[in-house]
Design a protein around this ligand. Structure first.
Ligand code: SF4
Ligand code: SF4
Length: 225
């Protein structure tokens, strides 16, 4: 069968069409319609007038880190290297020193986080056995050079400006989103049916008294004359 040939003649555009003027005016009309609508409803706009206005971020927001302190002002970190080991971006550097207070044993003489390498995964927070490293909602991390992106102990130590009313506030932190039982360090049933013996073990763990204080060291034996 012979192929059927269809000849299509394109319509000749008018001068106005060749200048795209109708489309230009249609576009301008739409823009001015939106402008007038938005001017009449400034408060309802989804636009955030940063930096005067800030978006409210989730309590799990992973921003700049902070190092928590004890009541005596010393760093809660015991330089165990768990966060450095868990960090997938290899951006934490710790050097340990012997703490003058014997009970604390170790403390970080150097604790640095390279914020340009950090991927804000929060693994360091999860890995810390002392709940010493938390994250804030601070996302304003702009630096003029690479060196100033490496935050050390002075920058990382928690300050009132981090968590005060005008600060970014706490973000991702230990036990975030977990139940009050887990937050209190108690055994939490997973929700799956447990063997009775295991359930009893969980209850027993919750009933366990706190460990006794360490015994004082015995005085050294007197040497024989
Ligand atoms: S948030 Fe993740 S990438 Fe950043 S320092 Fe912690 S473990 Fe490393
Ligand atoms: S895991 Fe916690 S205690 Fe250990 S080095 Fe990191 S911040 Fe310090």
């Amino acid at each position: 069968m012979a192929a059927r040939v269809v000849t299509v003649t394109a319509p000749t555009p008018t001068l106005l069409e060749r200048l795209y003027l109708p489309e230009v005016f249609k576009g301008l009309a739409r823009t001015f319609r939106h402008l007038a609508k938005n001017l009449a409803n400034m408060k309802g706009l989804p636009t955030i007038q940063y930096p005067e206005m800030r978006r409210k971020y989730s309590e799990r927001f992973r921003g700049r880190h902070i190092l928590k302190t004890r009541e005596d002002g010393t760093l809660a970190c015991v330089a165990c290297y768990m966060c450095e080991t868990a960090c997938p971006a290899d951006c934490i550097k710790i050097e340990a020193g012997e703490h003058p207070v014997l009970a604390y044993e170790k403390y970080p003489t150097v604790f640095e986080i390279d914020m340009l390498r950090c991927v804000f995964c929060g693994y360091c927070v999860d890995a810390c056995p002392k709940d010493a490293i938390w994250m804030t909602k601070d996302y304003e991390l702009a630096f003029f050079d690479r060196r100033s992106a490496v935050l050390g102990i002075p920058e990382l130590t928690e300050k009132p400006s981090d968590t005060g009313p005008d600060g970014p506030g706490y973000g991702y932190r230990p036990y975030e989103g977990e139940s009050p039982m887990r937050k209190a360090g108690q055994f939490e049933p997973s929700g799956l049916p447990l063997l009775p013996a295991l359930a009893e073990r969980g209850l027993a763990i919750n009933r366990m008294p706190p460990p006794p204080p360490p015994k004082p060291a015995a005085p050294p034996a007197a040497k024989a004359p």
